[in-house]
Design a binder for this molecule. Structure first.
Ligand code: ADP
Ligand code: MG
Length: 560
């Protein structure tokens, strides 16, 4: 049995194109080949469970090995294997069914992911790093003969008898000159760790030295010896594949530590699990945010059937939840297509709103179950909630019931509670309820005290998101205005009908005003000598509310 043939594509030689365009993320070859090997083991398992394979399954595993001298990398599995007919069908034809289209479109492709997924080039990514690729395989089918396939990256291939005596497949890559960096233990280990920490089938890469007990010496002290044991890349069943009912808090916390070794414990988490109308599992964590530390984005890892794909989850996770941490696993996300396609994809849209809904439900549950605990976490949660309310209408509608306003006494109120609290004393002539707030309680203390003396309440709006939140809430809340406690409008808006005598004469007032105006920027600030009771501030320097907001926004740099 020996046969030569031509890979059925309509172009002379596709491999230079693949190499050229896939070069930047060429480590993907390993992701694709190990995934294929893992798929092969899952397939034989399934055949066995369906009663279509009655042989010994054995311990299913995938192995990666390399030989620095021979310049080869070998990916082996004891999966279902292939017959020579199957090689022809799956390797020679299927992989290139989209070749014509590929050649037309390759110019627009932005990265390897895009090409590989769209055109079913998973296996052919081997040629990104190889001069020659060999397949040596034995199918599980009764009476199957081992088959081998060799291809040097041209469109010519050769099929001959193989040498494999046990079920499964070896893919042998003869690594090309430019890719010799991959013939390195550390390099391969790093790539395997990145993609396959949670692969569902054992993945072995060489051996590692372990020390085991070796009896006792004359004084009864334990002796140890070094042994070589398989170096297994993946860990036990990752928690997102398990049922929430089988998991304890410690399991979630431990998994978090595994993902982000140097982080503080998260505040809480949400276990995602849905199989209709799309398939998605995962665990999202709310991290503890440090106020003055740059907020870390892109901490969510996206997997597809337990193979790491990317930590770029934009579009899949709503923008305001990009600060969350954790894992999402879905075979239904079209991982391999361009961003614009992703945004338009209906599954992606559904997943996005599913996540928003889940997060809102979880927050609502926490709020209802234990308000005290919820309030204690509010300084961290609040940032997500406010960000979410500003950016997603659907989230706003849910969050308005569990968002909290905090006043300068550090008391928390829901929107409804707060409205009821202040509506009677803080309503202006036009019937608007006026919420007073401070962006810096230390600097604005005099203004706060003065407002409190008038029995007004002052809200704390001192986090980076609050400048935007204030504008948004004013726009959202009916007949309600938010005013900075030191803005020049408070006493005009909250009409107390107080008639106080000016302590200074008109002339004195003018003089004092001039003194103050000399010291400040008149364009921005306004000096007012007020008619106040003697224990209050006779002079206030205020800024127009509009100017204030502009300043607050500018200080925030326009966003988070
Ligand atoms: P995909 O994995 O998306 O089907 P690939 O190009 O990665 O596309 O692989 C093409 C086909 O080749 C696979 O669907 C499978 O039938 C076959 N194949 C590849 N690697 C193996 C393997 N290690 N064992 C058995 N079959 C394999
Ligand atoms: Mg594949």
């Amino acid at each position: 049995m020996k046969e030569k043939g031509t890979i059925s594509i309509h172009t002379e030689n596709i491999f230079p194109i693949i190499k050229k365009f896939l070069y930047s993320d060429n480590e993907i070859f390993l992701r694709e080949l190990v995934s294929n090997a893992a798929d092969a083991t899952q397939k034989i398992k399934r055949l066995a469970s369906l009663g279509q394979y009655n042989g010994e399954l054995g311990e299913l595993k995938v192995e990666v090995a390399f030989d620095e001298e021979a310049k080869t990398i070998t990916i082996s599995d004891n999966g279902l294997g292939m017959t020579d007919e199957e090689i022809k069908k799956y390797i020679n034809q299927i992989a290139f069914s989209g070749a014509t289209e590929f050649v037309e479109k390759f110019k627009d492709a932005k990265d390897a992911n895009e090409i590989i997924g769209k055109f079913g080039l998973g296996f052919y990514s081997a040629f990104m790093v190889s001069d020659l690729v060999e397949i040596n395989t034995l199918s599980y089918q009764d009476g199957a003969k081992s088959a081998a396939w060799v291809c040097d990256g041209s469109t010519e291939y050769e099929i001959k008898e193989g040498t494999r005596t046990t079920r499964g497949t070896d893919i042998i890559l003869h690594v090309n000159k430019e890719s010799e960096e991959f013939l390195n233990k550390q390099k391969l280990q790093t790539i395997l760790d990145k993609y396959f920490k949670f692969l569902p089938v054992t993945l072995v890469f060489g051996t590692e030295t372990d020390s085991i007990e070796d009896g006792e010496d004359a004084e009864g002290k334990k002796q140890y010896k070094s042994v070589e044991v398989p170096n297994v890349i993946n860990s036990a069943k990752p928690i997102w594949t398990q049922a929430p009912a089988d998991l304890k808090d410690e399991d979630y916390l431990q998994f978090y530590k595994e993902l982000y070794p140097f982080s503080e414990d998260p505040l809480f988490w949400i276990h995602l699990n849905v199989d209709y109308p799309f398939n998605l599992t995962g665990v999202l964590y709310f991290p503890k945010l440090k106020k003055d530390v740059e907020i870390q984005r892109n901490k969510i890892k996206l997997f597809s059937r337990q193979v790491f794909i990317t930590d770029e989850v934009k579009d899949i996770v709503p923008e305001f939840l990009m600060l969350l941490h954790g894992v999402i696993d879905s075979p239904d996300i079209p991982l391999n297509v361009s961003r614009s396609f992703l945004q338009a994809d209906s599954n992606v849209k559904k997943i996005n709103s599913y996540i928003t809904k889940k997060v809102a439900e979880k927050l609502s549950e926490l709020f209802k179950k234990d308000r005290e605990a919820y309030e204690a976490k509010w300084s961290d949660i609040g940032i997500f909630v406010k960000y979410g309310m500003i950016s997603e209408e659907k989230f706003y509608d849910k969050a308005k019931d569990f968002t909290l306003l905090t006043n300068t006494d550090n008391k928390h109120y829901t929107l409804d509670e707060y409205h009821n609290k202040v509506k009677d004393i803080q309503t202006d002539k036009d019937g608007n309820v006026v919420y007073l707030y401070t962006v810096d309680p230390a600097k604005q203390d005099a203004f706060i005290q003065s407002a409190i003396k008038k029995s007004y309440d002052v809200l704390l709006m001192d986090t980076p998101i609050d400048a935007h939140f204030v504008s948004h809430m004013e726009h959202k809340l009916d007949k309600t205005q938010l005013k900075r406690v030191d803005a020049n409008t408070i006493d005009k808006l909250i009409d107390k009908d107080e008639k106080l005598e000016h302590v200074l004469s008109e002339d004195e007032t003018k003089k004092v005003t001039e003194i103050f105006e000399k010291a400040i920027n008149k364009a921005v600030y306004k000096v007012e000598i007020e008619a106040l009771s003697p224990d209050e501030m006779p002079v206030t320097v205020t800024m127009d509310e509009f100017m204030r907001r502009m300043k607050d926004m500018a200080a925030m740099g326009g966003g988070m």
